[in-house]
Design a protein around this ligand. Structure first.
Ligand code: C2E
Ligand code: CA
Ligand code: CA
Length: 564
C-alpha cells in the first residue's frame, strides 16, 4: 500500500513563470512534496499541459509573461473539457489582475513576492484536495449504467427533499425487473446492462415531466422519489410497454411497489415499505403492482413482534405440540395408525397463533430451526411416554422445514432423540415438503438416503402442491406420499380431481408407496378414498390436531377396539 507521502509524490505540479528566480524559488518549495515541471511562457505552458494532461494535479500560473500571457493560457484551458478539470493558482503581484483571473476560472492566487513555505504548500494542497474531492463526488454521484443517482447520494438527496419540501408529498416507488439474474444468465451481462440503461432512461424522461429523483441499486432495483401520481398502474404500464417495444423478442416483466407520502415517515423507511410491497408481488405477472397499505403495515408489525417474542416464548414454554391422528381406512372400523406433530404458539397476549402465521416467517429468517428442534424433542418424549403408559407404540411424524435440511447435524439430532428416549427408529417419521425435493434435489436425496438407511421413514408432504411430476416419484427416496389437501377438497364435485386422485393412488401402489390423504372432512370424501384403496387418512373427519392429553382419548379408544 502507498503511504500518503508517497501518493503526494505522485502528484505533478506545473510551474509557469518567465522569471527564472521565481521558478526556482517556487520549485524549491514545491519539490519537497510534489513532482514539479516547468514552463517559461504561455506557449510552453500549453504544451506541458497537453503532454501531462492525465496526471497533472495543479498549475501555478504567472499572469504577465511575453509571447502568451497567463490570461490567454486561462482561455485555452477553459476551452478544453479535460484541461478545465485541472485547478490553476495564479501568481501575481498586481491586485487588479486577481479578479479577472478568478473570473477566468482560477481557483486561487498567490501574491509575489512569495509568502512563507508553509503557507504556499498549504494552499496548493488544499486546492488539489478540493478539486479531487469534487471529481470523486461527480463520478460517484451517478450510476454509470443507468445514469440515475447512485444509492448513497440518492438517499442524501431524498432526505434533503423531504426536509426542505414537506409540501411536495413525495411518494416512494420501487421498480424491479423479474428474474433479472436469469435474464443475465441467458442474454449476457452486457446486453442486460443495456436493459438497465434503457429503464434508467425511461425513468429520467418520466422525471422530466414530473418532479422527483431516482436511483438504481441492487442491480435491478430502481427507486423513484416523485410527486404523487394519480395512477401508478398507468405509470407501470408506461415503463412496461416501452420495454416491450424496445425488446419485442424477450419477455421482460416489471413489478412495482409504492408507499405514498405519510406524515412522519422519512424516505429511508418509506422505501423500505415500498420494497416490501414490491416483494409481495414477486413473480405475480397478473398483478405486478402493490400499494403499501394498513394491512401490510399491521402484518409487518405483528411479524416484528413475533420475532422479538420468540426467545421469551421458548424460555416460557409457550410452544405446544398438538397431534393429529392418521387412520388406516382399509380396516373396518378404521384404525388409529400414527399421528402428525403440529406446533401451536400459545402467546400470553395474542392468544393462539397458527403456524401458518409464524412458520413461513421463521423459515424466511432461519429461526425455524430453533422452533423445529423444540417440536422434535417434545415429540420424542411424548412417543416414549405413550409407549410406557399404554404399552402401545404410536409412530408420530414431525415436519422438517427446508432450512433444517441444510443443517449438517440433522442426522445426529434425530438419532439422539430416538436414543435418548429409548425409541425405535421407525417410531419417528419425517415429513419433507415436496417443494424441497425440486429445489436442492442432489443434497436432499443424499440426506434422505442416509436417514432411511438408519431406519427413519420419510413422508413427502404436500404432494401435488409444487412442481414435481408423477414420473419424478420413481427416483425419489420416500416411503409415504401425503397428497395435498387441494386434491381432496373438490373430489366430490369435480370429476377431474377425482380421476387425478385415483391416478395418484394407482401410481403410488405401483411404486409401493403408502398414501396419506390430508384434509379429509366428509364421509363422501372418505368413501371415494376408501374405494380408491387409499391407505391412510388425516383430517377433521376423524379429528382436529389435539393437545397430548386429549389425544389420549383416541389412544384409549383404539386400545378398546384392539381388546374386543
Ligand atoms: P401441513 O404439514 O400440511 O399440516 C397440515 C395442516 O392441515 C395442519 O395445519 C392441519 O391442522 C391442517 N388440517 C388437517 N386436517 C384438516 C382438514 O380436514 N381441513 C383443513 N382445512 N385443514 C386440516 P396447521 O397445524 O395450521 O399447520 C400448517 C402448516 O404449518 C403445516 O402444514 C406445516 O407446513 C407447518 N407446520 C406445522 N407445524 C410445524 C412444525 O412443527 N415445523 C414446521 N417446520 N412446520 C410446521
Ligand atoms: Ca406436514
Ligand atoms: Ca401437508
Amino acid at each position: 500500500m502507498l503511504k500518503s507521502k508517497q501518493i503526494q509524490r505522485l502528484r505533478k505540479v506545473l510551474v509557469v513563470d518567465d522569471q527564472e528566480i521565481n521558478r526556482d524559488v517556487l520549485g524549491m518549495i514545491l519539490e519537497e512534496q510534489y513532482e514539479v515541471i516547468y514552463a517559461c511562457n504561455g506557449k510552453e505552458a500549453v504544451e506541458q499541459i497537453k503532454n501531462n494532461i492525465s496526471n497533472l494535479s495543479i498549475i501555478m500560473l504567472d499572469l504577465i509573461m511575453p509571447e502568451m500571457d497567463g490570461f490567454q493560457v486561462l482561455d485555452v484551458i477553459n476551452s478544453d473539457e479535460q484541461m478545465k478539470k485541472i485547478p490553476v493558482i495564479v501568481l501575481t503581484s498586481e491586485k487588479s489582475a486577481e479578479l479577472l483571473a478568478l473570473q477566468k476560472g482560477a481557483a486561487d492566487f498567490i501574491t509575489k513576492p512569495f509568502d512563507m513555505h508553509e503557507v504556499i504548500l498549504a494552499r496548493v494542497s488544499r486546492i488539489i484536495e478540493l478539486c479531487e474531492g469534487r471529481e470523486l463526488i461527480l463520478s460517484a454521484e451517478r450510476d454509470k449504467i443507468s445514469n440515475l443517482y447512485s444509492q448513497n447520494f440518492f438517499y442524501v438527496y431524498a432526505q434533503r427533499l423531504y426536509t426542505l419540501h414537506k409540501n411536495l408529498n413525495l411518494d416512494a416507488v420501487v421498480l424491479n425487473i423479474e428474474q433479472f439474474h436469469s435474464l443475465n444468465a441467458t442474454n449476457g451481462r452486457e446486453f442486460c446492462d443495456g436493459i438497465l440503461a434503457f429503464v434508467g432512461n425511461e425513468i429520467n424522461s418520466f422525471l422530466q415531466e414530473s418532479e422527483g429523483i431516482a436511483s438504481r441499486s441492487d442491480a435491478d432495483r430502481f427507486d423513484i422519489y416523485c410527486v404523487h401520481q394519480p395512477d401508478y398502474k398507468q405509470l407501470l404500464e408506461r415503463f412496461q410497454s416501452a420495454l416491450n417495444k424496445q425488446y419485442p423478442r424477450i419477455n421482460i416483466h416489471l413489478r412495482m411497489g409504492v408507499n405514498m407520502a405519510q406524515e412522519g415517515v422519512e424516505p429511508f423507511q418509506q422505501f423500505d415499505r415500498a420494497r416490501t410491497a414490491c416483494n409481495m408481488v414477486r413473480g405475480d405477472y397478473q398483478r405486478p403492482l402493490m400499494i403499501y397499505n394498513e394491512d401490510i403495515l399491521a402484518k409487518e408489525l405483528l411479524h416484528h413482534r413475533l420475532i422479538n417474542d420468540l426467545n421469551t416464548a421458548i424460555k416460557e414454554n409457550q410452544f405446544k405440540v398438538y397431534y393429529q391422528p392418521k387412520y388406516n381406512i382399509q380396516c373396518d372400523p378404521p384404525r388409529l395408525s400414527s399421528a402428525e406433530a403440529l406446533i401451536r404458539w400459545k402467546h400470553p397476549q395474542l392468544g393462539m397463533i397458527s403456524p401458518g402465521e409464524f412458520i413461513p416467517l421463521f423459515e424466511g429468517n432461519g429461526l425455524i430451526s430453533l422452533v423445529d428442534n423444540i417440536v422434535w424433542a417434545q415429540t420424542g418424549k411424548q412417543i416414549a411416554e405413550w409407549k410406557k403408559k399404554y404399552n402401545f407404540t404410536l409412530p408420530v411424524s414431525v415436519n422438517v422445514s427446508r432450512a433444517d435440511l441444510f443443517s449438517n447435524d440433522l442426522v445426529s439430532v434425530f438419532k439422539k432423540i430416538v436414543e435418548e428416549n429409548g425409541l425405535d427408529y421407525s417410531d419417528l417419521k419425517i415429513e419433507v415438503t415436496e417443494s424441497a425435493y425440486t429445489q436442492n434435489s442432489k443434497q436432499l436425496t443424499d440426506l434422505i438416503t442416509t436417514l432411511r438407511s438408519i431406519g427413519f421413514a420419510i413422508e413427502m408432504d404436500d404432494f401435488g402442491s409444487g412442481y414435481s411430476s408423477l414420473n419424478m416419484l420413481s427416483s425419489m427416496p420416500i416411503d409415504v406420499l401425503k397428497m395435498d389437501m387441494k386434491f381432496i377438497r373438490n373430489i366430490e364435485n369435480s370429476d377431474t380431481d377425482k380421476k387425478l386422485v385415483s391416478l395418484i393412488l394407482d401410481i403410488a401402489k405401483y411404486l409401493n408407496l403408502l398414501v396419506v390423504a390430508e384434509g379429509v372432512e366428509t364421509t363422501g370424501q372418505l368413501d371415494i378414498l376408501k374405494e380408491g384403496k387409499c391407505d391412510l387418512v388425516q383430517g377433521y373427519y376423524f379429528s382436529k390436531p389435539l393437545p397430548a392429553e386429549e389425544f389420549e382419548q383416541l389412544i384409549e379408544k383404539e386400545l378398546s377396539i384392539k381388546r374386543d
